[in-house]
Design a protein around this ligand. Structure first.
Ligand code: DC
Length: 219
């Protein structure tokens, strides 16, 4: 049986940074489920679907084949055979991913892929519903969060480092809206699993969080 670490939490809480480091330290595979929803969102945006058009999303998502490969220690997402890793980290794609991930047909397709991956190998998987739906019997479950202003500042610094122009208040507003959508949708809303450990990283650095999670795997 493979070993599974599930990390859930809102946008910008540092899940992927933390999960990648834990995966490296434990020799596990890091599965970024948000990237799968983003690849699906890219397909929908390219198809000209409106984020509010649930029926069209349910129909169009059938045409998107999302697959994952691990190359040079990192996850690469393919959309109908095309490597889309470099195209999915924009705010536009993130917002479409948040809207389209509320559609059951989208979730069903991607949850199956995630469960298949976790069956075959030891994983650190991050997302919104990993501890609650995808891997309900995960060995360790963490709910990682931080204050919305702190999360906005982290995202702002990431975008500035990439040379993108942005506004801190807008980013915080987007984060608050995205949290609300992710937490109030009907299927698999973002919430802390009853048996997940809550970690608030507002006043913690990356290594402190990583060590806190590693300690949970050693209990
Ligand atoms: O973690 P992220 O920002 O890359 O995720 C993008 C969107 O995908 C997020 O707003 C909600 C959705 N998502 C989801 O519904 N379930 C997951 N397991 C991962 C992401």
């Amino acid at each position: 049986m493979s070993y599974r670490i599930a990390i859930d939490g809102p946008a910008g809480a540092g899940k992927s940074t933390i999960a990648k480091k834990i995966a490296k330290e434990k020799g596990f595979i890091y599965v970024d489920t948000g990237a799968m929803y983003r690849a699906m969102a890219l397909y929908l945006l390219r198809s000209g679907v409106e984020p509010a058009d649930g029926d069209e999303i349910a129909e169009k998502c059938k045409e998107a084949d999302i697959t994952i490969r691990y190359e040079k220690g990192g996850q690469v997402v393919f959309l109908n055979g095309e490597d889309v890793n470099g195209l999915i980290r924009t705010e536009e794609v993130g917002n479409m991913a948040s809207a389209s991930s509320a559609i059951p047909q989208v979730r069903q397709k991607l949850v199956e892929l995630q469960q298949r991956l976790a069956n075959s190998t030891d994983v650190v998987m991050d997302g919104r519903d990993i501890g609650t739906c995808v891997l309900p019997d995960a060995d360790v479950k963490v709910y990682l969060t931080a204050d919305s202003r702190v999360r906005a500042k982290r995202r702002y610094e990431e975008l500035v480092a990439r040379g993108e122009s942005c506004n801190l208040d807008r980013i915080e507003q987007d984060i608050i809206e995205r949290d609300k959508r992710d937490m109030t949708r009907e299927i698999s809303p973002l919430r802390q699993a009853a048996d997940a450990v809550l970690i608030d990283s507002s006043h913690m650095d990356i290594d402190e969080v990583v060590q806190a999670v590693i300690a949970l795997t050693e209990q």
